[in-house]
Design a protein. Structure first.
Length: 121
């Protein structure tokens, strides 16, 4: 079975989920549990970093659709970063750039949340 790993780190009030390996029907549940943990902890500002992700299937894409509404209902968002061209092309084909902000780097995505914070004050 293809390997998949997630790692979560915090940057202020932003949670970053790093993905590595292959995100497919067999591994999607581990990403679902990461989103559930963050939501249960009231962490709604999430950056998902794809820089180490080699492959994503439709099941992996479905995880993002399953959680985005709940996160946005709580004034949060999921921002995506670091996609390879191959992974971006899959997202692009399905219209994800219309639904999600996609950044070149994790830092840019985190900074976007920080800009939102400063404009809310």
């Amino acid at each position: 079975m293809a390997e998949f790993k997630t790692a979560i780190k915090e940057n202020g009030n932003v949670s970053i989920i790093n993905l590595a390996g292959f995100l497919d029907a067999h591994t999607a549940s581990s990403l679902e549990s990461e989103f559930t943990k963050l939501i249960d902890s009231n962490r709604y500002r999430i950056v998902v970093d794809f820089k180490d992700l080699a492959y994503i299937s439709s099941a992996g894409l479905g995880v993002f659709m399953a959680y985005i509404e709940k996160i946005r209902d709580n004034n949060g968002d999921i921002k995506l970063s670091g996609m390879s061209d191959k992974v971006f092309n899959i997202f692009d084909l399905l219209g994800f750039p219309l639904l999600y902000e996609i950044f070149k780097s994790e830092e840019e995505a985190v900074n976007k949340f920080k800009e939102i914070n400063s404009s809310e004050k």
